[in-house]
Design a binder for this molecule. Structure first.
Ligand code: GLY
Length: 311
């Protein structure tokens, strides 16, 4: 099997001045994951490390750069899933760690559970030796500014925002194993303790070797209501291509709950797609040493991996 990786950096409305940063971030993440796959690495490690690249990049709403809750603090959700055996690890409402996706993988590999939350997740992180990061170190000027504006305008972000900047990855490795990973700071000015789709198996992501893998981004409450990631896999099980399945899932969510989202999808043959019902979604994919990326509907830029690595 030829390895393939697809990543997203969130769906929503991206202001012009940030487009290039988002493009560059998703390209770096996809290239990192692809490099690991080419060296014989597993799909699981490729999606984890691709997500780490974006968690460490302050432009994305995950890890460093996460949006703030109503108290002005960072609370993050993440999920990782192995399509080989449906092993899943997730964390929700976690604070003071740099890479929630790594903690999610530890939940998957070191516990009998699927999801740890808040204080329990923090205790587990400590027991596993995950370094604690002071909460303010995860906060950027941009996220503070957004938080202040939301308070001033008294907007209802849960109703109006999509999870812009949530990050995710799906991959297939040379052995035909599939995996997905998703990580987010959630929705700006959310209630303390709010858990979004990104921590919920079947909503924020799903991977099953006999079908495919999906990572989602967008309005978490809507995504959870339709269990978007698993819904898309169901459509593929019924014979739809990744693109048809993604569109069927996104259309259902729009019609049923008026929610907007974006998805990356791969099937067990390595066919993939990046689709969204929002105005924009940043994504990048690498297959057969070709890097493709885009932000707008209908936009796909292509360069060779060799060329991309020179820049
Ligand atoms: N999709 C990210 C969130 O709503 O939390």
């Amino acid at each position: 099997m030829k390895p393939v990786i697809v990543v997203h950096g969130g769906a929503g409305v991206i202001v012009k001045e940030y487009e290039e940063r988002y493009r560059s971030g998703v390209k770096r993440a996809a290239l990192k994951g692809y490099d690991l796959l080419k060296q014989g690495g597993s799909a699981l490690t490729a999606v984890e490390e691709a997500v780490v690249v974006m968690e460490d990049d302050s432009n994305f709403n995950a890890g460093y750069g996460s949006v703030l809750n109503e108290e002005g603090e960072v609370e993050m959700d993440a999920i990782i899933m192995d399509g080989k055996n449906l092993a899943t690890g997730a964390v929700s409402a976690v604070r003071c760690i740099a890479n929630p996706i790594k903690l999610a993988r530890l939940v998957m590999e070191k516990t009998d559970h699927v999801l740890l939350t808040a204080n329990g997740a923090a205790l587990f992180a400590k027991a596993q030796g995950v370094p604690e990061v002071p909460g303010e170190k995860l906060i950027t000027e941009r996220s503070k500014e957004r938080w202040r504006k939301n308070i001033e305008s008294n907007s209802n972000p849960v109703a109006t925002q999509v999870g812009l900047g949530t990050v995710g990855a799906v991959a297939i490795d040379s052995e035909g194993n599939l995996a997905c990973a998703t990580s987010t700071g959630g929705i700006s000015n959310k209630m303390v303790g709010r858990v979004g789709d990104s921590a919920c198996v079947g909503s924020g992501g799903y991977a099953d070797n006999i079908v495919g893998a999906t990572s989602t981004t967008g309005h978490g409450e809507s995504i959870m209501k339709v269990i978007l990631a698993r819904l898309i896999l169901y459509h593929m099980e019924q014979g739809k291509t990744p693109e048809e399945a993604a569109d069927a899932g996104l259309n259902y969510m729009k019609t049923k709950v008026e929610g907007l989202a974006g998805v990356i999808v791969i099937n067990n043959s390595g066919d993939w797609t990046a689709r969204f019902s929002t105005k924009q979604m940043t994504w990048a994919a690498v297959k057969e040493d070709k890097l493709q990326f885009g932000i707008y509907h209908g936009e796909t830029q292509t360069i060779s991996v060799e060329e991309a690595l020179k820049n």
